[in-house]
Design a protein around this ligand. Structure first.
Ligand SMILES: NC(=O)c1ccc[n+]([C@@H]2O[C@H](COP(=O)([O-])OP(=O)(O)OC[C@H]3O[C@@H](n4cnc5c(N)ncnc54)[C@H](O)[C@@H]3O)[C@@H](O)[C@H]2O)c1
Length: 323
């Protein structure tokens, strides 16, 4: 087996997606060689088009539910549709991406002795009866509901990570990511920030689920990426899970009002029925990330929204159409 002790070759699965493409940017900026692997289910070549001419960057079309053999020494496993609209479209594929994807990537990490980081999610906490959610909380997930393909898929992936760690001594890192937003989110993915911004820019009604009193926390993408890179760099014994997110808590209605104010939109706010198993409250406890990674988010919601609005504004001006 080939080894490159002084050379870091990083695999980013889901690298053409929203978070993955920002992670590729960050790693390439750090001078690291990156293989970006994606099946373009929700991600696009456009997100990484600016990296294609860089000799340190390679784009591979592949589905993580099938094995792949590459020489790498770090793996960031992000491949999985993340928005409810997309992950519920083909729920069996969603579970496969998480579970078979984890098995294949952990197998690769075992063979190459690479460190591997799993992009897990706050959804492992389900509709929590503990607030804010610390890593020690085991969650409250409906295993048979429409969100289960994602939530239980991600929970099973965490199980696999810890079993590969205990049984095969694979060096694992598990990040539980809370709502993250920023440029390159898919404008039609139904996630609350992208939805509100697109609706506001198009002066369409802003659609709230329920009365909008449910709370969410919103982490700007560059803050999240910094957390992932720091977690990957921790000593071998640090496995996580570690919550990464912004503990600032806002109601969904407050978010809608901010977006309307920042875009100067004429949109009005409209209520729709609450979807099944929609969590009422979501806020990370990030004490562990503060202690272990010396990390906390830096970008305030207003600033992050401004940057995201600029991106969506350019996208819509360039002719992107919803529907
Ligand atoms: N953005 C968030 O707020 C958030 C929160 C929690 C967890 N996460 C996790 O972070 C990761 C990235 O999320 P994102 O927001 O960038 O979503 P995204 O949908 O933009 O990115 C997912 C990427 O994975 C690719 N993909 C999906 N299935 C695949 C497969 N079987 N094989 C290869 N590629 C596949 C998609 O094409 C896409 O490029 C996901 O694993 C998600 O669960 C994100």
């Amino acid at each position: 087996m080939l080894r490159f002790p002084d050379y870091v070759q990083v695999l980013v699965t889901g690298g053409a997606g929203f978070l993955g493409s920002h992670l590729c940017d960050r790693l390439i900026g750090d001078g690291v060689a990156v293989i970006c692997l994606d099946n373009f289910y929700t991600g696009t070549r456009r997100n990484v088009a600016h990296l294609l001419d860089n000799p340190m960057f390679e784009l591979v079309r592949h589905d993580v539910t099938f094995p792949i053999y590459l020489e790498v020494n770090q793996i960031y496993n992000l491949a999985c549709a993340a928005s409810p609209i997309h992950y519920q479209f083909d729920p069996v594929q969603t579970t496969k991406s998480s579970v078979h994807g984890a098995i294949n990537m952990l197998g690769l990490a075992k063979r190459t002795r690479a460190r591997i980081l799993q992009a897990s999610t706050s959804e492992v906490y389900g509709d929590p009866d503990m607030h804010p959610q610390a890593e020690s909380y085991w969650g409250r997930v409906n295993p048979i509901g429409p969100r289960a393909c994602y939530d239980e898929g991600k929970r099973c992936a965490e199980t696999l990570f810890f079993d590969y760690y205990r049984q095969h001594h694979v060096l694992i890192k598990v990040a539980r990511i809370f709502n993250t937003y920023g440029p390159r989110m898919h404008p039609n993915d139904g996630r609350v920030v992208s939805n509100f911004i697109r609706q506001a820019l198009e002066n369409e009604p802003i659609t709230l689920f329920g009365d909008g009193s449910q709370t969410r926390s919103f982490c700007y993408v560059t803050d999240l990426i910094e957390g992932l890179v720091r977690l990957m760099a921790t000593p071998d014994e640090v496995t996580g899970p570690v919550n990464l997110g912004n503990p600032g808590e806002f109601t969904v209605r407050e978010l809608a009002e901010k977006v309307i104010a920042l875009t100067g939109s004429r949109s009005r706010i409209e209520s729709l029925p609450l979807p099944a198993d929609d969590p009422r409250q979501r806020k990370p406890d990030i004490d562990l990330a503060r202690k272990t990674l010396d990390w906390e988010p830096k970008v305030a919601l207003d600033e992050g929204l401004r940057r995201t609005i600029e991106y969506f504004d350019r996208l819509l001006a360039a002719g992107w159409k919803s529907g």
